[in-house]
Each structure stands twice: as C-alpha cells, then as structure tokens.
Design a protein around this ligand. Structure first.
Ligand code: ADP
Length: 471
C-alpha cells in the first residue's frame, strides 16, 4: 500500500534537545540581527562622521593659511610648508597657489614618494574593507579670501568620496571582534541556560511518563512526589496522581464487585444445592414447602440478575427520559403516603416539608429515586428513629433532602456507596436484604437529568442525601 506522508515526521526528538536548540536558535537570530544592524547602521553613521571630520579639517587648513597671509600680506613659505606637512601626515594632500596661479607649496612636489605611498595606503585600506571599492584620488579647490579679495587658491586632495585611515579601520574591526565575542558568549550562556531550563522541564515530565507506565502495568501506589512551580507540570503531576488514585479505587471496586457478585450468587445457589441434594438423597421429602423455599432462592437470583440488567441499561448513557412537567412536592407526598404504614410498623416518625415545585423531568424515574432514598432510610433507621424530607427551590433549581437518624455510614465507605453492589457493612446489610444496587441506580437517574446527588453521614447518628436538579 502507498504510504502518504502527511508532513508529520516520524523522527522523535527529546524535549530537552528541542528546547536547547530553540534557545540556541533564538540567541543566534538575536546576535545575527544585532550584528547586521550594527554593521549597517553604525557604519553609515561612522562614514558620515568621517566625511564631516574631513570637511572640518579642510576648513581648519583654509583658515590657518588665510590667517598666515593676513598677518603681513605675504606668503610665508616655511609656515605653509609646515601646515602642508601636518596635513599630509593626516592624509590630506594640499597645494597652495597665489592669486596669479603660481604654486607656492605643493605636497606632491615636496614629497612625491610620501604622497604616492599615502594614496596607495588609503586605497589599500578601503579595498580591504569594501571588495568593490570605487573611490579615487580627488582634488577640491577652495578660494583663499582676504577682505572680499581672493588672494590665492587652496587645492585639497584626498582619496574620496571618503576614506578610513588606519585608526578608523581599527575601530570598525574592533567593533566586529567585539560582536563576535558577544555572539560566542551569548552562545555559551544560552547553551547553559537552555540545557538547565530544558532539564527542569523535561525531568518531571520523564518522571510522569515513568509513573504513567507503572500505572498502565497496575502499580498505582507510588504517586509522583514532584512539586513543580510550573503550572502545567504541577497540573500534569496532580492529574496523573488523581488518575492513579481513581484507577486504584476502580480496581479495588472491580475486585470487590466480583467477590460481591460471587458471594451474592453463592448464598442462594448453595442453599438451592443443599436442598436439592437432600431431596435427591431422600433425606428430605420434596413437599410443597421445600419446593417453595427453592423457588424463593431462584427468585432471589433472578432479582439480582434483573437488577444488574437494569443498572446496565441505565448506565449505558442512553437513558431515554420521558419528560413532563409535574409537582415534585406532590409526587413525594404520595410516595410518603404509600410508605407510611411501613414507617408506622417500625415506629419511625416521618416528617415532610415542602411547597409546590414544578419541574420538567421523567416522573417515573424521579419517583424511583425518591422510593430508593426513602426505602434506604426505612431500612437503615432503627425503631424509634426519625426521617425528614424537605423540598425547596428557586426559579431555576430544586433541592430534595432525605435525612434520617439511622445507623449512618462509616467515613471510609462514603465514597463508594454509589457504586454497584457496594454495601457499607456486608454482614449487617445482608440482613436488610439489600443488594447494593439502589444508590447506583439513583445516581445514574439523577445524572441523566443533569442533576447531582451528595451524601453526608455520621456513624450511629444518621445520614442525609441531597439531590439538586434543574427545574
Ligand atoms: P442496598 O440495596 O444495600 O441498600 P444501596 O445502593 O441502596 O444498596 O445502598 C448502598 C449502601 O449504602 C447500603 O448497603 C448501606 O450500607 C448504605 N446506605 C444507603 N443508604 C443509607 C442510609 N440511609 N443509612 C445508612 N446507610 C445507608
């Protein structure tokens, strides 16, 4: 079959590698952009500075020559030669002519060798910096003016349009070395911190993975001790720990469920078997009483299987609700009336408080919920006890409370009582005839109505069930 590449590579990188590489990449991008920016921007500024500086120097030379002439209206050859030599040393080749055009001082004549050497040096500097440098030796003429009269001409020659001398070039090169040093430093620092951060993030994740693997193998006991100050990692470890706890509870429950079902079936089956064997062996005469007793055991098994089937239907997420509007207060009152004789028989006082509360719900299912809660209160409240039923509500919600002064539920059992076949005290509850399915069905029905059921209980003091539902 043809494999289509959907663009998701099969190569798996470690989170640590990816994070470290990202840090490096970001650093490289930053340093590269700073270097490019510095080279483009700073060099432009520097070039302007060099050109400005050259103009200032030219102006200075002009002023000095003009001042010299102004002192006694004569050219002082030595003085001008001095100015010319100084200018030559700073890379400026000057030529001074009088008003008639006669050369007074010319650097190229005075020291041809030095001039050529300097021009060559300038060209070399610029070519070393710019591979296709187009500069050439240029001369600019400035009139030397004294009291509105031109007394001569100054010709300044340099390598243009601008040039860097050795110091300028050294400055630019140093700047680049400095940037390279920063890049190396940033590279090392980012590698260090990147690895450190990646380690801090990936270590707890690796531990979570190990724990998840252990959970998958059925070891729920070791929770992750990791305390991270990274919100997501903290949440992840908490979730895995909760998951392990849930699985552990589910596992305990599953084991208990199996043993409970086996136990529930074994009792009637053993009774049936011994009765039948006694009759087959002729120990017992098969009279109608004994056959009836066998029949009762069969009915008990059947009821259990029926309960299980019911529960399966209710829990399989597709409970069909036949919703109608009815007064839950009235429904409860009717159910209490039906139960009244049982309560009286057991000498339990039943109290009821409610005003009309109209709700949109499946009347049969809500009625079963109330029956289950009331029959539990009846079962688990001893003679002389009290049961109170309250219904209250506002415009959107309704709340039903069934509270008894019965035997209560041990704290450690509270979280399990809504599970199938769970009975807080097996030996005690067998006597009451419960199978541990009633509350599981109740919860499933309440949740099918998007409602919630809560329980509060204290051993030997009593139990309170609260149901909350939308109207
Ligand atoms: P059962 O058929 O055993 O009553 P339920 O699912 O209705 O099954 O209840 C589960 C267990 O919760 C019961 O076995 C009992 O231990 C406990 N229980 C439920 N309601 C009450 C109550 N009102 N008072 C004390 N214990 C209760």
């Amino acid at each position: 079959m043809l494999d289509i590449d959907l663009g998701v590579s099969n190569i798996k990188y470690k989170l640590r590698t990816k994070l470290s590489l990202s840090y490096l990449l970001i650093t490289l991008i930053c340093v590269a952009s700073i270097s490019i920016f510095a080279n483009i921007f700073l060099e432009k500024q520097f070039r302007e500075y060099v050109i400005k500086n050259q103009n200032v120097k030219n102006q200075e030379i002009m002023n000095m020559i003009s001042n010299q002439y102004g002192q006694d209206n004569k050219w002082n050859y030595d003085y001008i030669s001095n100015i010319g030599m100084n200018a030559l040393e700073s890379g400026i080749i000057i030529k001074v002519k009088d008003s008639k055009g006669k050369i007074i001082w010319d650097a190229t004549k005075h020291n041809t060798g030095l001039c050529n050497q300097m021009i060559e040096q300038m060209a070399q500097n610029m070519n070393s910096r710019y591979s296709n440098w187009q500069g050439k030796y240029t001369e600019t003429k400035y009139p030397i003016v004294q009291v509105f009269k031109q007394i001569g001409t100054l010709e300044i020659g340099y390598y243009g349009p601008f040039y860097f001398d050795d110091n300028d070039l050294k400055f630019i090169n140093n700047l680049n070395w400095f940037l390279i040093a920063i890049a190396v430093f940033a590279f090392v620092i980012s590698l260090f911190f990147g690895t450190l951060m990646a380690k801090r993030i990936s270590n707890p994740i690796s531990r979570v993975i190990k724990s998840a693997e252990l959970i998958a193998k059925g070891y729920y006991g070791d929770c992750i001790p990791e305390k991270s100050n990274t919100r997501e990692i903290h949440d992840l470890t908490e979730t895995i720990n909760n998951l392990a706890e849930t699985f552990e509870n589910q596992d305990k429950l599953r084991k208990r469920l199996t043993s409970d079902v086996a136990h529930e079936l074994r009792t009637p089956l053993t009774t049936l078997q011994s009765h039948m064997e006694a009759m087959i062996d002729g120990v017992w005469e098969p009279n109608i009483e004994r056959i009836k007793s066998c029949h009762e055991e069969i009915l008990r098994i059947n009821r259990m299987v029926g309960d299980l089937e019911n529960l399966e239907k209710i829990e399989s997420d597709n409970i069909v609700l036949d919703k109608t509007e009815f007064d839950i207060a009235e429904l409860t009152r009717n159910i209490i009336t039906n139960f009244e004789s049982d309560f009286v028989k057991k000498n339990i006082k039943i109290m009821y408080e409610s005003e009309e509360q109209l709700i949109m719900a499946d009347k049969d299912k809500i009625s079963q919920v109330i029956v289950n809660l009331l029959s539990n209160s009846l079962k688990y409240t001893e003679k002389g006890g009290k049961v109170k039923v309250y219904i209250s509500g506002d415009k959107d919600k309704v709340q039903l409370i069934v509270k008894d002064t019965g035997i209560g539920i041990p704290k450690e059992d509270l979280q399990y009582i809504f599970e199938r076949f769970y009975r807080a005290d097996k030996s005690r509850n067998r006597l009451t005839g419960g199978s541990g399915i009633g509350l599981a069905i109740t919860k499933a029905m309440v949740e099918a109505h998007n409602g919630s059921i809560e329980v509060q209980s204290k051993l030997n003091e009593g139990t309170e069930f609260t149901i909350k539902m939308d109207k």
